[in-house]
Design a protein around this ligand. Structure first.
Ligand code: MLC
Ligand code: AMP
Length: 514
């Protein structure tokens, strides 16, 4: 490797194990495909050569909205390798959301499924995208056809640590999504810290096997899980979709599993989850949303394993983690552990002063993992950083005398549903545009499966009659399904404070038990 090359791919490839013919990824499709490390090397070279042949400008964005597949992962790695910027998009996003992302990011290349090619290519070409390729879950499509005729050797593009590797869109508090710009340095530094903190084992240390069941268009499945496995030369068992029964079936072959809390509660609902099937496991990690203490305890009782909970976000990758090694402390349920090495984390009051140990305040962070800013939103970026360069996470929490961090809430109006973020402001914006709607408020309500789900309270315009089922159906046609309120209620008015602001706490108290 060129030591001056800070390209994340170079570091990941450097960690490939000596036996390149060994299995790197095993899928769980009916065909049970095996990909060796040589396959990863050659296929990312071919895809990177394809991207390189297109004459794209430096910093070009490669937007990708495809179903999860190993080939989608290869495309991510090839984008890094070629030095372009990866822009993954949730497959749940519909046309209005996609129009915004494409218009805002102006990707040079879009990769989508053949099924969506018609409408998405029209949208992309109108926005100035030069190339639209297709990639389907069954490995068909123009992307792989075009890559198949490319050479299988490729020199990794030279990148500096502060050059962009990926843009991850996070929904916006004001309804506008913001693209978090993550650099090669952000991602690599975080991956290296997690490799050491979570004790990832290279093949000569006995090896790890990651059972990968998360989507790969967000930080958790794409960065935390995949970088961990690749940086330690570990094999992955690759599931395109989460299915509790299949996860339990494959657990005896795995050593590491990562999930959002919904995955853990769905696994607990399966009688097949026993100590015996989990006996070979080294580590269960949870994050992206609060893990209920009941889930933490029941998991311990059923499997004999203590889930390690960690905390992070799209803008920062991982920030804190419960200890992996007993010598560093116990894994404490209800907490997200200690700040990771290299992360400075502080709790401030609304006036920007530190709170006393154990007191609640706003969590602010600094470190090599913290993103470069929001794509083309310098004012928004400036707002989210303090004068001394700490990033305001929007999470509210406390740090106890031993240093354990607990997240107690959020100052940002955000609902986390099954590990996906739903910004009420965005959903309200869509509801308010529907005929007959005067105004609306979207709140988060506790839910046994998703932890929290969105519920809408809607006020009709004078004389209008609103049909809740119709409102939900209209939203389903335009918005990603996970953002659509699971319930909609028509109310006479919304409670407001003296400033005229809707009092969501009052609504949560009134409707929170729905
Ligand atoms: C699916 N639905 C959801 C939903 N997922 N609704 C609310 N919240 C969700 N998360 C909808 C479906 O569209 C469907 O609607 C209905 O709910 C039932 O769906 P399902 O079949 O039960 O869902 P399933 O496909 O099994 O998906 C559930 C899930 C998935 C939990 C497996 O949501 C998931 O993979 N979540 C993980 C998200 C994740 O990776 N987050 C990490 C973000 S990174 P209908 O109307 O059709 O019935 C991050 C940073 C960090 O946060 O710290 O990690
Ligand atoms: P995202 O923008 O999708 O990356 O979501 C990041 C947000 O998820 C954080 O700001 C937190 O609010 C939340 N989050 C992540 N991990 C945890 C956790 N372990 N406990 C509580 N909240 C979490």
């Amino acid at each position: 490797m060129n030591p001056s090359n800070a390209n994340l791919f170079a570091a990941l490839r450097d960690a490939f194990p000596p036996d390149l013919d060994a299995v790197a990824i095993e899928t769980d499709t009916d065909t049970g495909l095996l990909y060796s490390w040589v396959d990863l090397e050659r296929s990312t070279a071919m895809l990177a050569n394809l991207l390189g042949s297109l004459g794209l400008p430096d910093g070009a964005r490669i937007a990708v909205q495809v179903e999860k597949s190993v080939e989608a992962l290869l495309l991510y790695l090839a984008t890094l390798r070629a030095g372009y910027v990866f822009l993954p998009l949730n497959t749940a996003y519909k046309s209005a959301e996609m129009a915004y992302f494409i218009g805002n990011a102006e990707p040079a290349v879009l990769v989508c499924t053949a099924q969506d090619f018609g409408w998405l290519s029209k949208l992309a070409f109108t926005a100035g995208t030069q190339y639209v390729f297709t990639l389907n879950e069954d490995r068909t499509g123009s992307l792989l056809e075009r890559a198949a005729v490319q050479p299988d050797q490729h020199t990794v593009a030279l990148r500096l640590a502060d050059e962009l590797a990926a843009i991850i869109y996070t929904s916006g508090t004001t309804g506008r999504s913001k693209g978090a710009m993550l650099t090669h340095g952000n991602l690599l530094s975080n991956a290296q810290v997690l490799k050491s903190c979570w004790g990832w084992r290279s093949p000569d240390e006995g090896g790890d096997v990651l059972l990968h069941a998360l989507p790969i268009f967000h930080v958790h499945g794409l960065f935390v899980a995949i970088h961990g496995a690749l940086l330690s030369g570990s094999k992955m068992i690759w599931l395109n979709k989460f299915d509790a029964k299949v996860v339990i079936q494959r657990l005896p072959e795995a050593t590491v599993f990562m999930g959002v809390p919904t995955l853990y509660s769905r696994l607990l609902a399966e009688p097949g989850l026993t100590r015996q099937v989990a006996a070979h496991m080294r580590l269960f990690i949870s994050g992206s949303a609060p893990l209920l203490i009941e889930t933490f305890k029941t998991w311990q009782e059923r499997t004999g394993h203590t889930i390690l909970e960690r905390y992070g976000m799209s803008e920062t990758a991982m920030l804190t983690s419960n200890p992996y090694r007993a010598s560093s402390g116990e894994r404490r349920g209800g907490t997200v552990g200690f700040p990771l090495p290299g992360v400075s984390l502080r709790v401030q009051d609304d006036g920007g002063h530190p709170v006393a140990v154990g007191d609640i305040g706003n969590i602010e962070v600094k470190g090599a993992n913290v993103f470069k800013g929001y794509w083309r939103m310098p004012e928004k970026t400036a707002e989210e950083f303090t004068a001394d360069a700490y990033f305001r996470t929007g999470d509210v929490g406390k740090v106890d005398a031993q240093g354990y961090v607990t997240i107690v809430g959020r100052s940002k109006d955000l609902i986390i549903s099954g590990g996906y973020n739903v910004y009420p402001a965005e959903v309200e914006g869509y509801i308010n545009e529907l005929p007959g709607v005067a105004e609306s408020a979207v709140i988060g309500v506790a839910h046994a499966d998703f932890g929290e789900v969105a519920v809408a309270l809607v006020v009709a315009q004078p004389g209008a009659v609103l049909e809740p089922g119709q409102i939900i159906a209209s939203l389903k046609a335009t918005l990603a399904n996970f953002k659509v309120p699971k319930q909609c209620l028509v109310v006479q008015e919304l409670p407001r404070n003296s400033m005229g602001k809707v009092q969501k706490n009052v609504l949560r108290a009134q409707f929170g038990k729905l």
